[in-house]
Design a protein around this ligand. Sequence first.
Ligand code: ADP
Length: 277
Amino acid sequence: MKHIVKVDGTHHIRLSDIEPGSVSELTPKAAAARTAELLTELAELQELLYAAQQTAVLIVLQGMDTSGKDGSIQHVMGVLNAQNCRVASFKVPTPREAAHDFLWRVHAESPARGEITIFNRSHYEDVLVVRVHKLIEESTWKSRFDSINDFEKMLAQNNTLILKFFLHISKDEQERRLLEREKDPTKAWKLSPADWKERELWADYQLAYEDAINHCGTAVAPWTIVPANHKWFRNLVLAEAVVEALRPHKQEWMQRLTSLGEAQKKQLRAMRGETST
Ligand code: ADP
């Protein structure tokens, strides 16, 4: 799709070159209809993924406060069957988590084969917030880029499809959303003075994100920059990206199901004393 930038190690990006307000040529209404179609396909693919038990899917959602991580989970991933889909949210590490290497808690939440796991924030916080707030040495966060790439490569070698999304909003849009929350009784609970404080560090965060995306966008675990000022467009981009990543595996999962089904039927025939044909 036009306007969508994928970072897979072949080139570097600058976030300031990518327009957070981009939209497709579709009207919001047409985009919503297309998103609904894609989500139906996604639910079907999820059924096959679950039954075939061959592939795991890891979806990483990152973005500035109010960029729409929760909304994406609700509107796009909400279609998924809870049977084999989970959300793992990463907050400030507990003392026990902080006493381990930074990937310890992340690995424990990674999806098993047949599952989809959505990371609401992720191991990338360990090269973002800790860098911006100078919580650790520069040499430590820098060395984590390699650790992350090795970790994600290992997951990919173990049949995990990794999709990482940066929900890209503008600073103005963030202000608008923060002020909107104050007016909406159903959203005001999400407000925190810390959001306004973090906002002052906007430029530092953008730089930290840019570095993380450029260092850790790889062929097996690419980053997609999602223009996210317009929620309807964000939903379309996410739905399309996830479906496009899963669709090529459909045949392989179907074949696996067929052979599993044949093996089960063979056992049934043997149990009934029928001769196999
Ligand atoms: P959210 O903003 O994701 O809806 P919270 O308001 O609870 O949820 O924020 C979670 C906070 O935890 C964020 O400020 C985030 O930067 C912080 N956090 C997550 N992982 C880490 C980490 N590894 N080190 C320090 N802070 C972290």
